[in-house]
Design a protein around this ligand. Sequence first.
Ligand SMILES: [Zn+2]
Length: 302
Amino acid sequence: MHQHASGAGRFAPSPSGDLHLGNLRTALLAWLFARSTGRRFLIRVEDLDRVRPGAEQRQLDDLAALGLDWDGPVVRQSDRLPRYDAAVASLVDAGLTYECFCTRREIQQAVSAPHGPDGHYPGTCRNLTAGQREDKRAQGRTPAIRLRAEKPEYTVEDMLHGSYTDAIDDVVLRRGDGIPAYNLAVVVDDAAQGIDQVVRGDDLLSSAPRQAYLASLLGLPVPHYAHVPLALNAEGKRLAKRDGAVTLADQRARGRTPEEVRAMMAVSLGMAGADDRPTTAELLATFDPNALPSTPWVFPTA
Ligand SMILES: [Zn+2]
């Protein structure tokens, strides 16, 4: 077992509702990756957007019920706004940004134009003159701050996916309403918290190159990545509330204990037989990242 005395892994949920079992399984994996390598395990609540009252506590209770523990106090992004502002300011000062006055609708229309790259910002505001920006302001628009990406793409190394390259795009760093953008906040926080191992769902794999690029521009270390397979419903879509008993509370209501839910997850990870009830310590003792299934978990919705 490798020791990383100063490193940390993390789980970073948005408190927008209850965690479903796919999220909780990702949390279990992040915990196993961190603990099996001697890292600290940190919880960060990404509450800059979409907060539902009470959700954070229920999420923490669910993690604890599954037997996951974490180090230090829970960190909330809403307490850390000056850090994000400082990071954006440093990129602005370095000439690596521009103001974007586009509405969501304008971007969608431009993106659906025949020659635009799929879903990417078409660069409408990249080269606005000072006069044009003044006109937009006079119309009452407050700009978002975008990254002026100097490369089309970037490559990261992922423990499960190997070398992975994807487009960077001129990502938003701060939204027009002043809220720091997700990609910026994640990069700033991971570095500030000493997180050197990022384990999360593979729906976020395509965000890793732009986050790693942002980290490099900010002079921050790039973490080790492991993007793990998601939980899907019977139709192959990402698991969601409507798919039945998908939360720990739903499972409890059906008479299934957290220990049994953990066992179900362990079976799905190839780490237990159908009748086993492994503890987290037992799972930790046998955890092998190289033996993880590479395909999604199709959640038994019956
Ligand atoms: Zn724009």
